[in-house]
Design a protein around this ligand. Sequence first.
Ligand code: ADP
Ligand code: MG
Length: 345
Amino acid sequence: MSLSVLALAAPPARAAWVDRTEAIMGTRIYVQLWADDPDQGAAAIEAVMAEMRRIDALMSHYKPDSELSRINQRAGYEPVQVDPELFDLIKLSTHFSQITLGAFDITYASVGYLYNYPLHVHPTEEQIRTALPAVNWRNLEFDATHHTIRFGRPGMRIDLGGIAKGYAVDRGVAILKARGIQHAVVTAGGDSRLLGDHLGRPWLVSIANPDDPHNPGKVVTRIPLSDAAVSTSGDYERYFDENGVRYHHIIDPHTGHSANKVRSATIIGPTATQTDGLSKTAFVLGPEKTLEIIDHMPAFDAVFVTPAGRMLYSNGLRPPKPRPARTPAAANGPPPAASSAPPAH
Ligand code: ADP
Ligand code: MG
């Protein structure tokens, strides 16, 4: 009797970790999951990869026949009917523009298209001056009834490269959950989501060293996480250096130049769509202003590496502040002096 109970409680003999890597959406897609049956695990991974390909075909700005390219070709002339899923993500992007004070702006592409990192091409100041008036998310005109989008300024373009990977990761996790998977990681470029834990322990997420990003021995920190999303943006991902200036893929919508107030920014939160939409902010606004925003968002945390190599953490990742002595004066008096706060790491 007790033996058969034990047999029922034990995991099936073939349960195993299954993983796969593919190149989709111009980046590395990685899925790892714990499967009771490895064949079902492999089928679940294939379903996630198929979803990534579907989203790429819809939202890629490199593919001239994608829905997104169709919007860029026509929305300057007339309202363009947009697939509801794409319409919703574009609308959601403007929500992130709002909370990041314009740092996240999918219309950055109106100047962004003038950069070509593999070919070491960047625009001249004159080209930036001409293109910049078209960058402003407030000039995207939505008609929610007819699902149409129109560009309110000539020369506008949009690009979802800063949010579509996070969105695809969330879709991937939803597919795995629907198939009964309970422990998994889905990664697309800098965006990951962790489903469950790593069989009784948290997943350990490494943050790369911006000066040596591919060296696992040089990571700047490791963060234990379960059931969370994490996005890291870095100036070392798509870039070239010229005359001591780094031209990289995160563009300040206010200047049209690569944004360089941090070297890397990691955001932790509930979904990868959200963490992706927020991970560009510190490059543009700077780490202090961005920490103010993140520290007012209870479900989110952040880690930044500054140009000087300093690490900055949001309140949720810092040691708790020492409590003041419990005297009547302290209980009713002003909050503890700023000097009692622990220094940033
Ligand atoms: P990854 O593609 O590895 O996830 P990021 O999340 O850092 O990288 O996103 C960088 C991408 O975001 C750029 O390649 C570009 O497509 C897009 N992007 C660049 N600047 C902005 C911006 N200011 N607002 C919104 N998207 C941006
Ligand atoms: Mg990203």
